[in-house]
Write a protein that binds this ligand. Sequence first.
Ligand SMILES: [Zn+2]
Length: 522
Amino acid sequence: MGCAQAATILIAVFAAISAYSQAVSPSASTSGPSKSASGGLPNLGDGSDLTPSAERRLGDRVARALYRDSDYLDDPVIMEHVQAIWQPLLAAARLRGDLPSDMDEAYSWEILLGRDRTVNAFALPGAYFGMHLGLIAVVTSRDELASVMAHELSHVTQRHISRMMTRQSEQAPWLLGAMILGILAASKDPNAASAMIVGGQAAAAQTQLNFSRDMEREADRVGFGVATQAGFAGEGFVSMFEKLQQASKLSDNGSFPYLRSHPLTTERMADMQSRIPSALGLQARANLPLEMDHAMVSARARVLANGAVDALRAWYAEAQPESVQRVLPAQQAGTLYGAALAATKLRDFPQAQTLLKRLNGVVRSDAPANRLATLLAAEIQLAQANPKGALGLLSDAGLTAKATSKGPSRAELFLLTQAETQSGTPVTQALQDWLAAHPRDAQGWQLLAGAYGAQGRTVSAIRAEAEANFAQLDYGAALSRLRSAQDVIRKGPAGIDHIEASIVDTRARQIEVLAREQALER
Ligand SMILES: [Zn+2]
């Protein structure tokens, strides 16, 4: 979201909020009957808790806007790394009884990545979680990332979000949604002039939406239990706190928004420190090893967060053999991976190949790192429009559709699909199987749409686009795609696939209802 746009939203939102809160402020309306002061505006809760489904609807509203944001990013490699931490945390929370089934089912538990260099993570209503690439770029271990994620997760499981939203619930849901989006937009670029105009108001609303110190303490404590139960080292909390403290000592230049919502206190740090068995203590956490594949994913986050030519070129300098030789193998792998990806973004393919060759030398004996290097090699081939090369690399490494009984992982599957689409090979059954199991995978539907489009299967391609819109909760857009599919069928020549045509009609009827409801939500 651009700054000017963000500022406009904020001004509009805050004008509306102040007008509205005057109308319904507790001083003006001390008891029940005056609820009528809210006029036609819907009430989320009459002093009672926001129901999980109402909170989910609010979260959906925010998520729908975030999906449309140009900074929203679903990178399969980074996402897989994040999910490999997130799923064990959720499982541990369930095991501990922190995640009651009503909450489990009503909420989304989805992570949305943002192409943003700043260090931030936040929980949203309905258990959507935002995470900036800047956070993934600065953490040096899975344990550190797990500490932040477990903390944010615990804000939701301890119902901090619900309580906060209930406190705000005299406001109309669309206002709340817009307010959250406005704060997110403002927090992205605190130095921008447009953000400064409304900075004071944003700060005021931010405090309203900030968690209390007790809530922060509780999220630390519960988060620590969840992360360690999931098998992550509790030292991750301490080293993450140290990292944030280091950053706060250097004047806050806005690159650590997480610090603004989470001011560090010595008490919080001491509390986490005290939970680590003293036998481990300080030495153990200094020895948390830097894992090769983590270093590579972290480097990927850094490259994708900052696509400026200067930043991409800076990787070349870092990857000079004499600088690389001085660091640990895991750091070498990260630097070479980042540099090879940066060269690919700069379309400097000879350089990318040279760096890749050096990377392969470093990762040879580390299976997860080796796999990431192969995926990058395939990515480089695709960037050069050499799908055969990409398919060859993936099949030589055994990373193909038939590799396992479960089928390929998402990252492999998506590269395979792109390669098949580029080379004009009909798309394999594997992607359809994947989507049958993961119907909310918007990027999967987009890739399927591209594959169908390349084969001239127009109706199927448009239907897949509609499913991508549907997965991102944009029912209006989904319906309009289905309507165009119906047009094509109506005007089309003979040979229309009747099964596909009936699917289109069925989906149009289902989604029409949802689109109507969505249009009424105000
Ligand atoms: Zn917190």
